[in-house]
Design a protein around this ligand. Structure first.
Ligand code: ADP
Length: 380
């Protein structure tokens, strides 16, 4: 353990900290988080409203409601001490296994970041949940769902990020109306923020033709760098808009980032549903929970009040039942959704009061519930 190693005056604070944390008991061990070495280090710096304490914890088993609760408790106990202004908590990840196809070495540094070395693992200690939004086919509205969901999460008070992992066909810059490339500061790529969401896409980093020329390891390297070299900061949820028909290599990479779950988007057609089955089985092989299925373009509400099932009816619901995955929502064809996307403004920001935006708000609530996720600042 390495408490206050750089702080010669830290002894008194260390004793107070140890005492405070000895009251935080992990029910799995029945012991406090100091005795079990779950709190691995603490350091102190001057802050504006008192000392700023940074605590590193390594809790077993990856992200979970119990670990969230312990982290919140650790933070609260330390914050309650006299003279402490701010407490940041760093949850270090357990190291994932290195696989033979891990991108590494100089050739897989496609973003050409100075001094960049690709890590063998993707550790995102500041991100509480990472969720892939996937689809078997292109054109089913996956990116549209990801963008609108991200805005709905942000509007609900979650610190939200959205990463567009589609290297060959990035759509995030258009969906969010972004014209500028991403900024680079302090040796890191800075995410672009729009409508309360932190965003990153290859389209914000390199000219389109450049990425199109990349092959396997370069593509994987770029995706990995979007995780590790982007200054995401602290996030409650990071959504990953995965390329259509995401294959094994991509999934292996995503798995290194310890996905909390995957949401699969499909249209009602039989053809699209065959890919859903494949997607569900791939995620299951990766031991990533499939949080559920969204049926997009499910129907069209006609002016006379009747519903027209343009692409067929009930297919996704049936597939969800058959594959034993939750059916999350059916999203109708919404002309305003298309118009808002083309205008570079996700619907929830374009017209927050429209009933269609309510679909995404409800979806965000349902997904948050499945992830046992409440905003840390404002637990309800
Ligand atoms: P994908 O990411 O699956 O390739 P996109 O999100 O790019 O698909 O969507 C494809 C097109 O369909 C876009 O023009 C988008 O605006 C439109 N679209 C997606 N979902 C809907 C919907 N529910 N209603 C109307 N248009 C939609």
């Amino acid at each position: 353990m390495n408490w206050f190693s750089k702080n010669p005056d830290g002894l008194a604070v260390e004793a107070a900290l140890r005492a405070a944390l000895s009251g935080v008991i992990d029910p799995r061990t029945g012991k406090d988080v100091v005795t079990t070495n779950f709190v691995t280090s603490a350091s102190l710096a001057d802050g504006e409203d008192g000392a700023k304490v940074t605590i590193t914890v390594e809790l077993p088993g990856g992200p979970s409601p119990l670990n969230d609760k312990l982290q919140a408790e650790i933070q609260a106990q330390v914050k309650a001490l006299d003279g402490i202004g701010a407490v940041s908590l760093i949850a270090t990840a357990h190291k994932a296994k290195v696989t033979p196809d891990s991108p590494r070495g100089g050739h897989a540094n496609p973003l050409g970041l100075p001094g960049s070395k690709l890590a063998d693992t993707i550790a995102m200690p500041f991100v509480r949940r990472i969720v892939a939004i996937a689809s078997g086919k292109g054109g089913v509205g996956k990116s549209t769902m990801a963008a609108n969901l991200a805005v709905a999460f942000a509007q609900a008070g979650y610190r939200t990020g959205l990463m567009d992992a589609d290297i060959y066909g990035p759509s995030l810059p258009v969906l969010f109306g972004l014209k500028q490339k991403a900024a680079f500061a302090d040796g890191q790529i800075q995410p672009t923020e729009a409508f309360g969401v932190k965003l990153m896409s290859i389209g914000l980093l390199v000219p389109e033709e450049k990425a199109l020329a990349w092959r396997g390891p370069m593509v994987m390297g770029a995706v990995q760098q979007m995780f590790t070299e982007v200054h995401w900061g602290e996030l409650d949820i990071l959504l990953i808009d995965t390329p259509p028909g995401t294959g094994d290599a991509h999934l292996t990479l995503l798995q290194k980032a310890r996905l909390s779950g995957a949401v699969i988007v499909s249209t009602p057609q039989e053809m699209a549903l065959a890919d859903v089955r494949r997607g569900v089985s791939l995620f299951r092989q990766m031991e990533t929970p499939v949080l559920g299925l969204i049926e997009n373009m499910a129907y069209f509400d006609q002016p006379d009040g009747t519903r027209l099932p343009i692409f067929g009816e009930g297919g996704a619901r049936k597939a969800a039942l058959e594959l034993k995955v939750p059916f999350l929502a059916e999203v109708p064809l919404i002309p305003l959704l298309q118009a808002a996307s083309d205008a570079g403004t996700p619907l929830g920001a374009y017209d927050p009061e429209t009933p269609s935006a309510g679909i995404f708000k409800q979806l965000a609530r349902d997904i948050a519930e499945k992830l046992d996720l409440v905003p840390i600042e404002n637990p309800s």
